[in-house]
Write a protein that binds this ligand. Sequence first.
Ligand SMILES: [Fe+2]
Length: 270
Amino acid sequence: MHSENDPIKLLQITDVHLYAMPSGTLLKMNTHEAFARVLDVVQEKENKIDLVLATGDIAQDGTVAAYEKFMNDIKVIDAPVRWIPGNHDIRDVMRDVAGNSGLCNKAEKVGNWQVVLLDSSRPNHVDGFINEEEMEFLDATLAEAEMDEEIDHCLVTLHHNPVPGSSSWMKDIGLRNDKEFLDMVKSHEIVRGVIYGHIHQDLDFKIGNIRYFCTPSTCIQFKPEVIDFALDELNPGYRRFELHRDGSIESEVIRVSGTQFKVDLTSEGY
Ligand SMILES: [Fe+2]
C-alpha cells in the first residue's frame, strides 16, 4: 500500500499489439514474446507500484483471446491495472473482457493525485478524436479534482499524440482535436502531466507548465524525425513515473537489454 511520504509509483505499458495466436508477429516481431521480456524487466526492477496504465493498442487484432492474454500476463505485476483503447483496439470487446475487474475505470485517486483516463479512439480510424462526451467528462473530472481537498495534482492519459509527431508520415495519425484538448488541460491549473502512446517512442517535454510524455511500445519502435515510415532499432520498453506530493514528476523509460529482437527494419508501413 502507498505510504504518505513515498512518491506515487506508476508504470505505463503501451502499444502491446497482442494477437489471439501467441505466434503473432508485427513487422516480424513476436509481440507476445516482446511483452514477456518487458514484464521480466518490470519484475526485476520495480516494486511497490501503485498503478499500471496500459495506454492503448493492447491488441492488434481486437480479439477476446488477445485481451485475455494481456489480463493474464500483467498479473505478474502486483498493482491495479487500468486500460484505454487505441486505434487497433475494439472498445466493446475490452469492456466485455474487463467485466467488473476495474480495468476500464476512467478516474483513479492515488495519494494527492487524480489520474484521468480518456478514450481517444475512433472506430476504424488510425487517428484519434476526443468526442463531446469524453471532453465533458475530462472537464468535469478536473473541475471536481480542483474542489477536492484531498487532491492537489492531475495526470491525464490518452492513446493518441495530442502534439504532432516529429516524423512527416505521422502528420495525419494524431489527435484531430488536439488544440481543443490542449486548451482544455491548460484551462485547469491542477493538471501537471499528459501521457500517451501511439507513436512508439520516448518523448518528455513541456508546454507551459504541463509535462508531456510519450512512451515506447512493448514491441516495435518508430523512428523520430524521418519523412517516410521507418522503424528504430531501439528495444521494447515501458515508462516509470514517480509522482511527488509537491506536484513534481520524475520519469524514466526502461528498455529491455541484452536481447536482440527480430524485426523487419526495411518495412515501409504497419
Ligand atoms: Fe501502436
